[in-house]
Ligand binder design. Structure first.
Ligand code: KG4
Ligand code: ZN
Length: 342
């Protein structure tokens, strides 16, 4: 079967076609049109601007993703219904419903966070074995979930305030290094020493699986006010040390809490998911800690381009729905900007 999927939950307009033959996956296309430049001057995503840009791009992106394929070559459609920005989600959902109606194809509604987890199936489907621990880290979410089987999630812990990606973005804004902050902090940190400054490791000493990043963000703010009141005058070497030290604090909390949960729930695999999973330093630190602690644990993460928002992961999540149920009626499919994974 072939699934055409759409993703418009935030600032990427994406369409993908996934072909599934005898349980083997062949991603025929995954077109992503990014709006980063549009939102850059505002230092964050402006929902109405995002929606307008999705509207402009959605049909060209779908046309490109389809290539030579005709509607009759598509068996099912899929679309992100949430969580995300309401006006942005609406464009994808209304477009998908219109196509489903016109082409008379089933339409599967997809949870964006669940799809981030499913990004791992694009390349690692053969090695993934339940139960697995999932660390979902994006611009809006920080969640540790026990994945017992397809669609069966137990939420073990989550952020009590800011999401980890949001914290990266806000610290980057304080340092005036640009938007989106995550990749820029990672790049700046490469030449820095992560041990230069000791930023707090929030909730690390608490025996739960919750996170908190707002205090870390504030402590970076106070640190800057005290030591570098004129951010523009921070030297490149100092900036690198600050970014590396901040990233080390975030990594340590994420890694230690995840490994504790892995031990408690006796899983053998950890899946990373979401935009922050694209952080190579985090991945390396994870692998190094697993090795240092001699843990029998496999760390699985999507290829970089499937960590951030894309429609390939939406198609993959939809495929596992097709195995279990038929698609709902179109009038039952509604945007839910606050949709949970559990
Ligand atoms: O999953 P995603 O593309 O969108 C949401 O569903 O939120 O995640 C976007 C978030 C942003 O906060 C961005 O700064 C962060 O992921 N991010 C990174 C990296 N690449 C993207 N954070 C740290 N390091 C990266 N390399
Ligand atoms: Zn996302």
């Amino acid at each position: 079967m072939r699934i055409l999927a759409l993703e418009t939950s935030c600032d990427e307009t994406s369409a993908a076609v996934l072909e599934i033959t005898d349980s083997r996956f062949n991603l025929l296309s995954n077109v992503v049109s990014s709006q980063i430049k549009l939102h850059q001057p505002f230092g964050g995503v402006v929902p109405e601007l995002a929606a307008r840009e999705h509207l402009r791009n959605v049909l060209p992106v779908i046309t490109e993703a389809l290539g030579d394929l005709k509607p009759e070559n598509i068996d099912a459609l899929a679309v992100t219904i949430g969580p995300g920005l309401m006006p942005a989600l609406m464009i994808g959902v209304e477009t998908a419903k219109t196509l489903a109606y016109a082409w008379q194809k089933p339409l599967y509604p997809v949870n964006h966070m669940e799809a981030h987890v499913y990004a791992n199936w694009l390349e690692h489907s053969e090695k993934i074995q339940f139960p697995i621990l999932g660390l979902i880290i994006s611009g809006g979410h920080t969640e540790l979930v026990l994945i017992k089987n397809h669609g069966q999630y137990k939420l073990l812990g989550q952020t009590l305030d800011d999401a980890v990606g949001e914290c990266f973005d806000k610290v980057a804004k304080m340092l005036k290094i640009g938007y989106p902050g995550g990749p820029l902090i990672e790049k700046t940190a490469l030449s820095g020493n992560p041990q230069t400054y000791k930023f707090p490791r929030p909730l690390l000493d608490q025996p739960n699986f919750d996170f908190s990043f707002s205090g870390l963000k504030t402590s970076v703010l106070y640190f800057l006010q005290k030591n570098f009141p004129e951010v523009e005058k921070i030297s490149p070497a100092e900036l690198a040390d600050i970014c590396a030290s901040f990233q080390a604090a975030v990594s340590e909390v994420l890694i230690q809490k995840t490994l504790r949960a892995a031990k408690k729930y006796k899983v053998k695999q950890i899946l990373l998911a979401g935009g922050v999973a694209a952080n190579k330093t985090l991945r390396q630190n994870f692998l190094a800690t697993i090795e240092k602690e001699k843990l029998v644990l496999e760390l699985i993460f999507p290829e970089l381009k499937y960590c951030t928002d894309n429609a390939a992961m939406i198609a993959m999540a939809a495929y596992f729905q097709t195995l279990k149920k038929s698609a709902p009626a179109l009038n039952k499919i509604k945007v839910d900007s606050q949709l949970d994974i559990t």
